[in-house]
Design a protein around this ligand. Structure first.
Ligand code: ZN
Length: 215
């Protein structure tokens, strides 16, 4: 079994449908939409961008309160894969940027495939995630990621379907398209570039060129 594959693509697609269903059923309220939009930005800046991306994938993984917090938060409230698989793919991306070994180079697999996570992963090299392999917590979470995500959705739905329809689903949908935008526009001409067009929605991620220069 290729544990690094994006098995959660079906879940991400499901959230698009759920969000559409929510708007169709409950109507569209611009004020609530704005609040949700701001929440998805905060989620992407702090949970995804800072704790998982910078602290785990780039600074090296260590078990800590904040690692557990961000892992469980993204499991329940986000749509990306496990921090272990994200870090593996992201480290591959940085070390082999815009070459054939970059899992999501628009130059090699095309912009659409990059946007929709249809990435190319060659033979897995565990040396990229030795730090994660030392954490039984991360390995356990990674192995059961899809089951745990589905379970949390069922529990939240039983508490109140509105939580799923208007908190979880919009976050998953927004995260896919925010990161799709960064991965595609940040490598638009087959090389790394800054993305000033998302300066306001992704204040921490638009300096993609500087990010690559640094890590
Ligand atoms: Zn990049």
């Amino acid at each position: 079994m290729n544990i690094f594959k994006h098995h959660n693509l079906a879940i991400i697609l499901g959230h698009h449908i759920l969000l559409g269903y929510g708007i169709y059923t409950y109507g569209f309220n611009p004020l609530i939409a704005l609040l949700i939009f701001v929440y998805t930005i905060l989620y992407n800046v702090y949970i995804n961008g800072k704790l998982i991306h910078l602290e785990m994938a780039h600074s090296g993984y260590k078990d800590s309160f904040w690692s557990y917090f961000a892992t469980i938060y993204s499991l329940i409230g986000g749509g990306t894969g496990s921090p272990l698989s994200f870090s593996y793919i992201h480290r591959m991306h940085h070390r082999h940027v815009d070459t054939e070994n970059d899992p999501h180079s628009p130059k090699y697999i095309g912009r659409l495939k990059v946007w929709f996570l249809l990435w190319k992963l060659k033979a897995i090299n565990p040396s990229y995630i030795r730090d994660f392999m030392r954490s039984p917590f991360q390995i356990w979470i990674h192995r059961h990621w899809i089951t745990l995500q589905l379970l949390s959705l069922v529990v939240l739905w039983m508490i109140n379907p509105l939580i799923v329809l208007f908190v979880i689903s919009p976050t998953v949908v927004a995260t896919l398209h925010y990161s799709g935008f960064i991965n595609v526009r940040g490598h638009w001409y087959g090389q790394v570039r800054n993305i000033p067009e998302i300066m306001f929605t992704q204040p921490a991620s638009w300096r993609h060129k500087e990010h690559h220069d640094k890590f």
